[in-house]
Ligand binder design. Structure first.
Ligand code: GLA
Length: 377
């Protein structure tokens, strides 16, 4: 691309991926989540150009780029371009201060691995443009417009967790976020002598985005039926297990199981927050295994590869707990592993996984890290 020859960035921003300790699919059901950013991130180098509407975006990681006319933004057939276009579209709805810019994107965050590279891409760009053009948007506005960009331009009806975690995280903490009120607390996370090890299955079944929207609809169907009996119910957040049991006969078995999972998962977030505060590591580990069981059997967003790795961890007494993290159908499992056993665990998991699926998994430690920020070079 032309601009690369005389590129001298005015601003560099990095935006992280995230893990979610627990609370999967609870965000769009107005419940609680417990995510945090990780060190892996996407970096944006930005400069203004002389035009008031012409933009260039180039991905150094994938050696591909495209040009955008701010006056003619529309959905692209190229998936990753839509994350960028969606953000530009949403910003231009609330601000007319945007002008032409050039941007280089570099990533060390694996895509399709449940670590939310999409939110990192959206939020990093939104944050960077807010700084570059002095748009004056708040962090919460950046989070919300990035989420909306994913709805309108990408087509995933996601909740707010990923964008919130990418922008708002604080090193050494998880965020206890109430997705209904958007009130949040930072909870310190001290797992010593355990570490958080991610095993990337390297599969991301392409059902993910369509099944995601289907799960959301199934929860909405559940709410509509439960509300007939309990008119005060607005979302699954307002439902407890005994209310659900009372409505069981009116719900299909599938919708019943989806609702049952969400209600239990929400309760697990609250128990997890308590376990973290009390440093009750056995309880913490148990909640992870319990959550995975629900993810797999009730919410049905796991896959054979994730199930295999979680079952493998369960047999290892040096692993306190494990589950698939993120939207589902592959990506990473999150494992709480004793620090003295990390290498042995990774080696044995890699070997078994390779024997079973012929896939070389990727394993790495993650540490709770800070949110989107300016890089001072
Ligand atoms: C994806 C979505 C989030 C959340 C998770 C599941 O990452 O983007 O909003 O729903 O799945 O917890």
């Amino acid at each position: 691309m032309h601009f690369l020859k005389h590129f001298s960035p005015e601003l560099v921003v990095k935006s992280p991926g995230r893990i979610n300790l627990i609370g999967e699919h609870t965000d769009y059901n107005m419940g609680y989540v417990l995510p945090t950013a990780i060190e892996k991130n996407i970096k944006f180098s930005l400069q203004k150009n002389d035009s008031d509407h012409h933009c260039n975006v180039y991905s150094r990681t994938y050696d591909t780029g495209f040009e955008i006319d701010l006056n003619k933004i529309s959905v692209s057939r190229v998936e990753w371009e839509n994350y960028i276009l969606g953000v530009l579209y949403e910003i231009s709805k609330i601000s007319n201060e945007l002008g032409g810019f050039d941007c280089i994107v570099e990533s060390n965050l694996p895509t399709g691995s449940g670590l939310s590279s999409s939110a990192a891409l959206e939020c990093g760009l939104a944050f960077g443009l807010n700084e570059l053009f002095g748009l004056g948007l708040t962090k919460l506005q950046l989070v919300q417009l990035s989420q909306t960009a994913e709805h309108t331009y990408v087509g995933t009806q996601c909740g707010i967790m990923d964008q919130f975690a990418s922008v708002m995280s604080k090193a050494g903490h998880v965020i206890m976020l109430d997705c209904r009120s958007l009130k949040y607390d930072y909870i310190p996370i001290d797992l010593f002598p355990y570490r958080i090890i991610l095993l990337n299955t390297k599969v991301s079944h392409n059902l993910a985005s369509s099944e995601y929207n289907t799960r959301k609809e199934e929860c909405e169907q559940g709410v509509a039926i439960i509300r007939k009996q309990f008119p005060q119910v607005d979302s699954l957040r307002d439902v407890n297990q005994s209310m659900l049991e009372e409505c069981k006969n009116n719900l299909s078995q599938k919708v019943y199981l989806r609702c049952k999972f969400i209600i239990a998962e929400n309760e697990r977030v609250i128990k997890m927050a308590k376990a973290l505060k009390e440093k009750d590591l056995p309880t913490l580990g148990g909640l992870l295994y319990e959550a995975h069981e629900g993810i797999s059997r009730q919410y049905e967003v796991s896959c054979k590869e994730s199930d295999f790795l979680v079952a493998f961890s369960k047999k290892n007494s040096n692993v306190l707990g494990a589950r698939q993290t993120g939207g589902g159908f592959g990506g990473c499992t999150l494992n709480i592993v004793h620090q003295d056993a990390v290498l042995e665990f990774i080696e044995s998991a890699s070997k078994s996984y390779k024997d079973k699926f012929g896939i070389q998994l990727e394993a790495f430690e993650v540490k709770p890290s800070g949110g989107t920020s300016i890089v001072v070079e």
